[in-house]
Design a binder for this molecule. Sequence first.
Ligand SMILES: *[C@@H]1O[C@H](CO)[C@@H](O)[C@H](O)[C@H]1NC(C)=O
Ligand SMILES: *[C@@H]1O[C@H](CO)[C@@H](O)[C@H](O)[C@H]1NC(C)=O
Ligand SMILES: *[C@@H]1O[C@H](CO)[C@@H](O)[C@H](O)[C@H]1NC(C)=O
Ligand SMILES: *[C@@H]1O[C@H](CO)[C@@H](O)[C@H](O)[C@H]1NC(C)=O
Ligand SMILES: *[C@@H]1O[C@H](CO)[C@@H](O)[C@H](O)[C@H]1NC(C)=O
Ligand SMILES: *[C@@H]1O[C@H](CO)[C@@H](O)[C@H](O)[C@H]1NC(C)=O
Ligand SMILES: *[C@@H]1O[C@H](CO)[C@@H](O)[C@H](O)[C@H]1NC(C)=O
Length: 316
Amino acid sequence: MSASRLTTLFVLTNALLGTAIAAPSPGCAANNTLPKGQTPGGDSVTVAFTQSDGTARDYRIHIPSTYVSTTPAELIFSFHGHGTGASGQETISQLSNEAFNPSGIAVYPQGKSDAWQGAPYAVTGINDIEFVKDMISNFTETYCIDTSKIYASGMSIGGGFTATLACDSSVNTQIAAFAPVSGAYYINTTTCAPTAVEIPCDKGDRIVPVIEFHGDADTTIPYGGESKNGDCLPEVSHWVRSWSYRDGLGLKNITTYDLYSGKVTRSKFPNNSSDPNFGLVQHYKTAGLGHIWPSTNSTSYDATPIIMEFFGNHTL
Ligand SMILES: *[C@@H]1O[C@H](CO)[C@@H](O)[C@H](O)[C@H]1NC(C)=O
Ligand SMILES: *[C@@H]1O[C@H](CO)[C@@H](O)[C@H](O)[C@H]1NC(C)=O
Ligand SMILES: *[C@@H]1O[C@H](CO)[C@@H](O)[C@H](O)[C@H]1NC(C)=O
Ligand SMILES: *[C@@H]1O[C@H](CO)[C@@H](O)[C@H](O)[C@H]1NC(C)=O
Ligand SMILES: *[C@@H]1O[C@H](CO)[C@@H](O)[C@H](O)[C@H]1NC(C)=O
Ligand SMILES: *[C@@H]1O[C@H](CO)[C@@H](O)[C@H](O)[C@H]1NC(C)=O
Ligand SMILES: *[C@@H]1O[C@H](CO)[C@@H](O)[C@H](O)[C@H]1NC(C)=O
């Protein structure tokens, strides 16, 4: 029997037994030490990095206190908004807070000029998708990572970039689930009908899990969409339904009203709670919330634990 057939059999057997199988990365080895300055549970550090086209980059990284080089850890990317930067994103997402993220390595990449590929104001010629692929390739060697548990999240244009990754079939096969928050989903078209605009996305064959959070009082990236910076921002529920549709989950959802002190309307797709894919696409619309990452500082709930639970339900 060939190696790939054996692997298939192994995966199938484990799936049938319901066993959660970790996919240890090449960095899982007893003698693999952490890079200088990084310690389990220590302060986050900023690391200089060279992407494969030679562009100088950097990111912040947090190693959880539970980390050992023989136990595969989750890898969670958190992309900042315009003007917030990597360390600001660490604060607002709280993904280095072990009360929210006890065992995952949290990474906060820094965008050039605080922007990401796909933003109308992004620095031209910067390949952020390649940056992400290069980081994944580096981190899976540098650390012991469960390659079935790599996740992406982000705020505002960082949420937009999270969606760009979800729509890229050359990288969405490496990232198990996506969580954009108050995302800026810029579409490069001057004719902007926010509830009808076609949302370009080449996601490939994968059914991609996506959870989206947006406030209905967001004035920076309005829920209803608008023309902005020469591009088009789609109406947010239209954007979410487009994801459900392209994932084959239909256009209707099961809606729960008045969650979290009445502020949140949650939509879960598909419109069938018995479907094995139920909840694969989700949306949290928060009444009265502006352009912010939902936290109990700003509203009646924290988005981060909901994102972590969503990530925990999805592995590659
Ligand atoms: C770690 O151990 C492996 C196999 O035991 C060996 O091939 C490798 O060179 C070692 N690496 C280091 C950094 O010592
Ligand atoms: C990963 O990136 C770090 C930081 O730039 C660098 O020191 C290290 O050599 C890289 N490792 C690999 C395996 O590419
Ligand atoms: C909430 O406020 C506390 C206290 O000011 C601060 O430490 C924390 O970082 C804030 N959390 C978020 C998500 O902004
Ligand atoms: C946006 O579309 C215009 C017209 O099709 C094109 O010239 C331009 O390069 C596009 N911009 C980006 C950032 O893709
Ligand atoms: C889910 O369905 C409700 C009720 O029809 C609708 O108001 C809401 O906009 C839907 N959610 C999304 C994201 O389309
Ligand atoms: C789906 O939504 C429709 C209303 O649009 C409802 O009548 C139907 O019962 C729903 N299906 C399921 C399985 O919940
Ligand atoms: C809901 O999903 C279950 C499980 O796949 C299926 O048996 C059932 O027919 C579906 N219901 C509807 C109304 O499509």
